[in-house]
Write a protein that binds this ligand. Structure first.
Ligand SMILES: [Zn+2]
Ligand SMILES: [Zn+2]
Length: 134
């Protein structure tokens, strides 16, 4: 069981992760919302959040919403409106020892100052739009 919480601890949850694959998104929305890049881990099932009353959900695009703690501002998740699952902020998890970086999205939007040395599957915006048809 993996425990996770926001910085102030008012929002927390416990889940069994199916995969420890971390993805990083460099799109401009993720940069603005995360302050840099959004490192996240996908979880397909519903999550029972403790302190759900502290979660602010933000309608960030026609297709997705994002959530943060209304007290400390911790970025919690990205979620497609029409699909199950959450892209949870990796940094919320207390134990990240088994996490591995697998993918980088919107690599063409990555700031020049950031150079991640891991070997990852990299996709540009055009490649993502072609693959997922949006
Ligand atoms: Zn908080
Ligand atoms: Zn993004």
């Amino acid at each position: 069981m993996h425990t996770a919480s926001c910085k102030c601890g008012r929002v927390s949850f416990e889940i069994e992760l199916d995969s420890y694959n971390v993805g990083i998104c460099h799109c401009s929305d993720c940069q603005k919302i995360s302050g840099s890049h959004f490192a996240n881990i996908y979880h397909k099932d519903e999550i029972k959040f403790q302190g759900a009353e502290f979660i602010t959900v933000y309608d960030s695009s026609d297709w997705a919403k994002r959530a943060f703690c209304g007290v400390c501002g911790s970025n919690l998740y990205y979620k497609f409106k029409q699909a199950e699952g959450y892209s949870l902020a990796a940094g919320l998890f207390d134990d990240q020892r088994d996490f591995t970086l697998q993918t980088q999205l919107f690599v063409d939007k990555k700031p020049a100052y950031l150079n991640i040395a891991n070997v990852t599957e990299d996709m540009t915006e055009a490649e993502i739009r072609a693959k997922y048809n949006f």
